[in-house]
Design a protein around this ligand. Structure first.
Ligand code: PAF
Length: 291
């Protein structure tokens, strides 16, 4: 596994591989790697000749009161995990390398990025899109791998790739969960034992919302069910909603529905989601909230 810390040297390395016809799969991360990240590395490994992983805690995607400084960083642990999962290249730049003084360009995806996470974390998706666009230009991958846990991020990045004509295929890999359903997240490290127990509320709300939607197709009912599960656990969600998985607008009949939740549990702000496919919804008429 080779490590690169500056833009010029990783560019040289990937160009050398491109010239020999190798395909490149990129897994962008912020480090603090867990099984979810490693599943992305393995997915990239199975379809590409070269697997590159970037580790960069991107200041641009954190709000002023968010956890940029506290975000867990453990380079040697990350390297060990990446080596075991079959990574060829690690790109781990410094903030000054990625954002030179005087930078003034931001990639902004519009309405899709303004809902849910975008509404609760103003500027977040601009930060994500800007860094991912830069990584795409630097590493020039053929495929890029993201987790379904960040479903809105994946949808926003797909929109960006289409709108800006990046010749890159976006792969979205399943959410990895603990045995009790909690989605793996680097931020789970913030949870005390008590918070860790309470954090299962996100998954429990999704399971209950899913059952409710499959029963009668009522999106508003599914949202009430999810909110009830949160209330019983004494956790106030930022949102608990049913939406269209591509547009994040209200769900439409005969299409898949995505349930999305976000909540602060102790010091950690956690998100999760659950997709209910159009096949599962066959025979159920989905009615949008308020419809
Ligand atoms: O999902 C993440 O870890 C980050 O948002 C990403 C895609 C690496 C961009 O910083």
């Amino acid at each position: 596994m080779k490590t690169f810390r500056d833009v010029a040297s990783i560019r040289r390395e990937v160009e050398r591989h491109r010239r020999t016809g190798h395909t490149i799969g990129l897994v962008p991360t912020m480090g603090a790697l867990h099984e979810g990240h490693l599943s992305l590395v393995r997915a990239a490994r199975s379809g590409h000749d070269l697997v590159a992983v970037s580790i960069f805690v991107n200041p641009l995607q954190f709000g002023p009161d968010e956890d940029f400084t506290a975000y867990p960083r453990d380079e040697s642990e990350d390297f060990e995990r990446l080596g075991g999962a079959g990574t060829d290249i690690v790109f781990i730049p410094a903030v000054e390398d990625m954002y030179e003084a005087g930078r003034s360009t931001t990639v902004s995806v519009g309405p899709l990025a303004a809902k849910f996470e975008g509404a609760h974390r103003p500027g977040h998706f601009d930060g994500v899109c800007t860094i991912v666009a830069k990584l795409f230009n630097i590493v020039r991958p053929h495929g890029a791998f993201f987790g379904q846990k960040d479903a809105q991020q994946a949808a926003v990045l797909k929109r960006m790739v289409r709108d800006l004509d990046f010749d890159i295929e976006i792969f979205v890999c399943p959410t990895m969960r603990e045995p009790d359903g909690l989605a793996l997240s680097s931020r789970n490290a913030y949870l005390s034992d008590d918070d860790r127990q309470r954090a299962t509320v996100l998954y429990r709300a999704l399971v209950a919302g899913r059952a409710s939607l499959l029963e009668d197709g009522d999106a508003a009912g599914a949202e009430s069910t999810m909110n009830r599960v949160f209330a019983e656990a004494g956790v106030a969600p930022d949102y608990a909603a049913a939406c269209d998985p591509d547009t994040f607008e209200a769900p439409s009949p005969a299409r898949s529905v995505l349930l999305v939740v976000a909540a602060r549990v102790g010091p950690a702000r956690l998100i999760d989601n659950m997709l209910i496919s159009s096949e599962e919804l066959k025979g159920v008429t989905v009615r949008a909230a308020g419809g």
